[in-house]
Design a protein around this ligand. Structure first.
Ligand SMILES: Nc1ncnc2c1ncn2[C@@H]1O[C@H](COP(=O)(O)OP(=O)(O)O)[C@@H](O)[C@H]1O
Ligand code: SF4
Ligand SMILES: [Mg+2]
Length: 369
């Protein structure tokens, strides 16, 4: 998803593009949960809005459902059934609910728009939903300002559930809530997921929030996925310097119990502009281990284990980065990143999900499951 940047003036011209989301590839299993994590501005909300088709992507494909329809190219009319199946929960429960409508009208609106139940049954369904999310069903005629932040987010969740969605995109659903309320809302989402078999794309800006919710986690930086893995691998053995920096900010209870704490990795500088991202690896301007090749060649998102992909020329656990780029041979470049005529590049799978073959970092060759 590239957003055009227009010049000011009488005739506005496109003078550049915000490369908000650039070639990300992932999959959310039916009834499963993928966490999408990264700093503010890295493209998480844009990704969520693409999946719910609030935006039409500049290019690319998005396959949904059993018959794998490509929803990226669909017209609004074709999208109508999808709009029932894919719902979004927004970050801010204060601005995402219309203050002039009662809770009953807010939660019931999708039922009327999509004509799913006869008018007479709307109230009954609304009350059921309020009960499901832990609110008093008798409060359907109250207004959003009569509820606390946590309760408002429950209203937003009830609205998202109205049409029995198959996929819920939750965009930082607890970021605006007090810490004590966050856990309650996450537990509610987790219960709903199990009870109704809903798949989740759970967006968060730190790794602590998704840890207990998502068996699979993707880390984004400046419009790209830099690492994606199953939960255990990501939290115990991340191989990307950016993930390692994010993890160093997550409190570790086990570590605290034995005394001492993990050293916090502070990233220098700001996130660069997505209008003019750094050449090569987009993280290189802040990466503590960047080398020459990083400015010249973009590291591909490469599978390095059964459920682990990483986009780095020097992937390793913290403090164990190799001297030479592991990607050079695969990409047909030398260790400075200049083309190496003697080496034929290897095709690296770019699709979503995992392959049965991956690049083994110890043996430096492709291995099979
Ligand atoms: N409608 C838009 N028009 C232009 N730029 C946008 C638009 N929406 C988002 N952006 C830009 O795209 C980048 C990613 O934004 P966003 O997806 O909101 O990030 P996040 O949710 O991770 O904070 C940011 O640089 C943001 O300024
Ligand atoms: S490719 Fe280079 S700059 Fe990018 S994360 Fe790896 S070491 Fe750092
Ligand atoms: Mg956002």
């Amino acid at each position: 998803m590239w957003f055009p940047v227009k010049s000011s003036g009488v005739v506005s011209r496109t003078v550049g593009h915000v490369q908000a989301v650039d070639g990300v590839s992932f999959e959310v299993p039916k009834g499963g949960a993928l966490g999408l994590v990264g700093e503010s501005g890295c493209g998480k909300s844009t990704t969520g809005r693409l999946i719910t088709r609030l935006y039409k992507p500049t290019s690319g494909s998005m396959y949904f459902g059993e018959n794998r329809q490509d929803i990226a190219a669909m017209s609004n009319r074709q999208l109508k059934p999808l709009r029932r199946d894919v719902q979004m929960i927004f970050q801010d429960p204060y601005t995402s609910l219309n203050p002039r409508h009662t809770v009953g009208a807010i939660v019931g609106a999708p039922l009327e728009v999509h004509n799913v139940v006869p008018k007479k049954q709307v109230l009954k369904r609304v009350q059921e939903l309020l009960e499901v999310v832990g609110l008093n069903p008798e409060h359907y005629n109250r207004y959003p300002n009569e509820f606390s932040g946590g309760q408002r987010q429950r209203i937003g969740i009830a609205r998202a559930l109205t049409l029995n969605p198959k996929l819920l995109v939750a965009d930082e659903p607890v970021s605006a809530l007090d810490v004590s309320i966050q856990a309650q809302v996450i537990n509610l989402l987790q219960d709903l997921q199990k009870e109704f078999d809903i798949a989740f794309l759970f967006i968060a800006h730190d790794l602590a929030v998704v840890r207990h919710f998502c068996p699979e986690v993707a880390v984004m930086y400046l419009g790209k996925i830099v690492e994606i893995a199953d939960r255990d691998t990501l939290y115990k053995s991340s191989h990307h310097p950016y993930t390692q920096a994010l993890l160093s900010a997550v409190p570790d209870i086990k570590q605290a119990a034995v005394g001492g704490r993990r050293e916090r990795i502070r990233l220098e500088g700001d996130v660069p502009s997505p209008i003019n991202p750094p050449s090569g690896c987009r993280f290189r301007t802040r990466c503590p281990i960047a080398k020459e090749i990083c400015a010249k060649v973009e590291p591909p998102l490469m599978q390095i284990g059964p459920r682990h992909k990483v986009a780095c020329h020097f992937p390793a656990e913290l403090g164990k980065a190799p001297q030479h780029p592991v990607t050079a041979g695969l990409l047909g470049v030398d260790s400075q990143g200049s083309p190496d005529a003697g080496v034929t590049p290897t095709a690296i799978a770019e699709g979503p999900g995992y392959e049965k073959q991956w690049f083994d970092l110890q043996r430096r060759e492709m291995v099979s499951a």
